[in-house]
Write a protein that binds this ligand. Sequence first.
Ligand code: ADP
Ligand code: ADP
Length: 228
Amino acid sequence: MITFENVTKKYVNDQVAVNAINLEINKGEFFVLIGPSGCGKTTLLKMINRLIHLTEGTIRINGKRISDYNIHELRWNIGYVLQQIALFPHMTIEENIAVVPELKKWSKQQIQQRVRELLDMVGLEPDKYSQRKPKELSGGEQQRVGVIRALAADPEIILMDEPFSALDPISRTKLQDDLLELQRAIQKTIVFVSHDMQEALKLGDRICVMKDGEIVQIGTPHELIQNP
Ligand code: ADP
Ligand code: ADP
């Protein structure tokens, strides 16, 4: 589904952030990238939707080079959830979720129905929440909206960069549980950056441990526990 062939990223100062990575992420897999701060996780993630340009190598999605996709097609078909809650403050929850469906020219009725369905999915009552502004929601609720916004237009792939790390431990556990349930229901390919091994073991079908821009270990939670 997503393949990395000898992918290297050097930043302007010639620092190698990601070094000749080869990697295959399977369709429907919950794939966790883990490692210490600065090891290249975010760089690896952002190269997938071309938020960062790679320096050498090839990344393919469904066999096609990412450079051969139309950039809009690529971005609209890859959901992206950030660590910082990144809802548009002046828009309602419904408007926030509707951004990509609107770009894709879905009908108003189709969008409204989709917004309700998504809010229901994460336990936010649509009648109560859809017309509110982000600041009228708690941090955990906002991050839930961040997650479903990334799902709104039914992307094949969802990239998540430490999406729950700014939350209190209780909200974090709840959102992890919700995400696992959601993933079982929708079977999307998720690439999830974390620095928390507990979180990685809980969520990942496979975990990829990085250090200094390289992969040092990769396997299922079971394999990682057997062979730490
Ligand atoms: P992680 O997500 O694992 O914390 P990053 O991918 O953010 O790691 O960073 C990998 C390395 O690349 C770090 O050494 C970081 O300082 C460097 N880096 C990240 N972004 C830039 C940038 N825009 N310019 C220069 N160096 C960068
Ligand atoms: P994240 O929350 O994803 O870890 P960072 O704090 O690593 O974000 O990076 C924030 C922004 O600063 C990003 O756009 C990243 O590319 C850039 N950045 C990170 N490290 C460096 C660096 N060493 N030099 C220049 N820019 C950097």
